[in-house]
Design a protein around this ligand. Sequence first.
Ligand code: FES
Length: 88
Amino acid sequence: MVTISVCVGSSCHLKGAYQIIEICEKFLEEKGLRERIELKGNFCLGRCTEEGVTVAIDGEILSGITPENWQQILREQIKEKLGEGKKD
Ligand code: FES
């Protein structure tokens, strides 16, 4: 199980955290990954001063997430995390 925590602290909220969550939910639904990926909101991840929204994937913090780059990053991250030892 991979855990994706989207920061919903005030700074990330203003930068579009809920849009990031929506994109993620849609992506997981389309790819049938609901059972393998846990999506949740998180309090401030301490990167408020960086651009974009902050997301932690299995504890690895990524900042600079925007609605434009998120799907690509998500796809790569999921492939990397789920790819280990398993063939899709
Ligand atoms: S509010 Fe998101 S990193 Fe601080």
